[in-house]
Design a protein around this ligand. Structure first.
Ligand SMILES: Cc1cc2nc3c(=O)[nH]c(=O)nc-3n(C[C@H](O)[C@H](O)[C@H](O)COP(=O)(O)OP(=O)(O)OC[C@H]3O[C@@H](n4cnc5c(N)ncnc54)[C@H](O)[C@@H]3O)c2cc1C
Length: 442
């Protein structure tokens, strides 16, 4: 299977003559797949989610997510658990190396956690019980749901008006399922993208992000002053650190019970020993992109902690020292040139469409936005508008992520430039202006 037509800037022909799909197959059961499943179910579509993981995804190991406008809009519209999803941060602060606040601005922002979003979406999709929220029952008019674990998709084929998806099962067998439409929500290393565009690869950007959380009540007074309900930054050559408050265990939002979440970008040039050291896990396996929580080698963690003591402000170094389950991700770039195939029967959403650098704080919001647009497409048949709006957003934010990421990690700029870059990423999606190169011709 290859891309039927590659458009750079042009919308494929309108599939409006296609009958309204009834059964939609979703590849990937993380946030993008669950956004899709929850929304489509509530609009009466039957859905099947195929997720390669054999169990719930990384239980209790998620970290912080900045809850952007579209993430909040999604929960506002579709969440039936009716619990708060985000903690508010009132101010942005910038520290210098000594830990002194050198710039601050009042700016409200909302922060959530990956695990809280995941369990709220599972409660909404397939009524999974957890300590995170009440579990709403099915409602009249909901479509049928089916979340299948241990299903690794390897191919798909068009079958008349339908699409057949082939997958391997955890028990060594394989199977297929047929639907009216396929939604690829299979993340930045998307198999659906690889099938359509075999030459597109995720490219290492030259730095990693070290992430972790510390319970709010274990932080020193200095760290609490810097991070509780604050969005706090530090820049130095080859380093950016941002730390903020997120919900705690089971999404607990009580003062003292929340978590302080740090996101520390630090350069590891390719082919240098330190990158090999940090990306080799406890079992001696060199991981390409991620060392998950609990898998970092002690020696690598000691090296990272020393780097923190030498290079970070004391409050941020304290977070690193007190983290019990650090994890590491290599920062990569990838974007798919087109997000709709086979006459609109196959679409990509979220990280499968564009893997943003996390500086954009927009990946989850992109997934939510893509799904809100997908619903409009299915309800109105306006395929061109779906492609135009989702592709333009993906192009612009992916480009800006590369731009601000490279400035942060590889240039040495006055603080005001970093503040401006950060503020550029806070422009509401509705207020974004799309330069000509990012536009899609209709
Ligand atoms: C376990 C996990 C934890 C995360 N934690 C955080 C976090 O703490 N903070 C943060 O900002 N972001 C986190 N992310 C990333 C965040 O979810 C995404 O950047 C964003 O929400 C968009 O999500 P997505 O669903 O498009 O992609 P992803 O979240 O990457 O999900 C893709 C899903 O597709 C599945 N998949 C991939 N290939 C196949 C295949 N061939 N067949 C079947 N299934 C497949 C993967 O197992 C995964 O569940 C996490 C992602 C995962 C998977």
């Amino acid at each position: 299977m290859t891309a039927d037509s590659q458009v750079n800037g042009a919308v494929p022909p309108s599939p409006s003559s296609r009958p309204r799909p009834k059964h939609i197959i979703i590849i990937g059961g993380s946030l993008g797949g669950l956004f899709t499943g929850v929304a489509l179910k509530q609009h009466g579509y039957d859905t099947t989610i195929l997720e390669r993981n054999p169990t719930n995804l990384l239980e209790n190991q998620g970290a912080g997510i900045v809850a952007g406008g579209d993430t909040l809009a999604f929960f506002e519209r579709y969440d039936r658990c009716k619990r708060p999803v985000a903690v508010a941060s009132e101010k942005r602060m910038y520290l210098d190396k000594s830990g002194t606040v050198v710039h601050e601005e009042v700016m409200k922002q909302t922060m959530t956690s990956w695990d809280l979003c995941y369990y709220m979406l599972r409660a909404n999709y397939d009524h999974q019980e957890s300590g995170y929220c009440d579990t709403p029952g099915p409602q009249p008019g909901d479509g049928n749901i089916d979340y299948r674990y241990g299903c690794t998709v390897r191919d798909f084929r068009e079958e008349g008006d339908k699409v057949r998806v082939y997958y391997d099962k955890g028990d060594g067998g394989s199977d297929s399922v047929v639907g009216d439409m396929l939604v690829g929500a299979d993340g930045p290393s998307s198999t659906i993208r690889k099938i359509l565009f075999p030459d597109i690869q995720r490219k290492y950007a030259g730095y990693c992000v070290i992430r972790g959380t510390v319970p709010e009540d274990e932080a020193s007074e200095e760290a609490k002053a810097a991070f509780v309900e604050r969005f706090t930054f530090f820049h130095a050559p080859g380093i950016q650190n941002l730390t903020y408050t997120i919900p705690g265990t089971n999404g607990n939002m009580k003062k003292g019970k929340r978590l302080l979440n740090f996101v520390w970008y630090t350069n590891f040039p390719e082919d240098e020993n330190e990158l090999e050291e940090v990306m080799t896990d406890k079992d001696g396996r060199r991981r390409r992109i991620t060392i998950p929580p609990g898998q970092m080698r002690d020696e690598a963690w000691e090296m990272v902690k020393k780097r923190g003591r030498d290079r970070l402000p004391p409050q941020m170094s304290e977070m690193v020292e007190k983290t019990r389950q650090p994890f590491v991700q290599c920062i990569t770039d990838v974007i798919t040139p087109q997000n709709s195939f086979m006459n609109g029967k196959v679409v990509l959403v979220g990280d499968a469409l564009a893997g943003f650098r996390p500086h954009t704080v927009a990946s989850t919001s992109q997934a939510a936005f893509d799904v809100l647009m997908l619903v409009e497409y299915l309800q109105t048949g306006d395929h061109a508008e779906f492609v135009r709006r989702t592709m333009e957003y993906a192009r612009l934010i992916q480009y800006r992520g590369v731009y601000i990421g490279n400035r942060s990690q590889f240039e040495s700029l006055p603080l005001k430039d970093y503040v401006e870059d950060r503020n550029m990423m806070s422009i509401k999606r509705e207020d974004l202006e799309f330069p000509e190169w990012s536009q899609v011709r209709v």
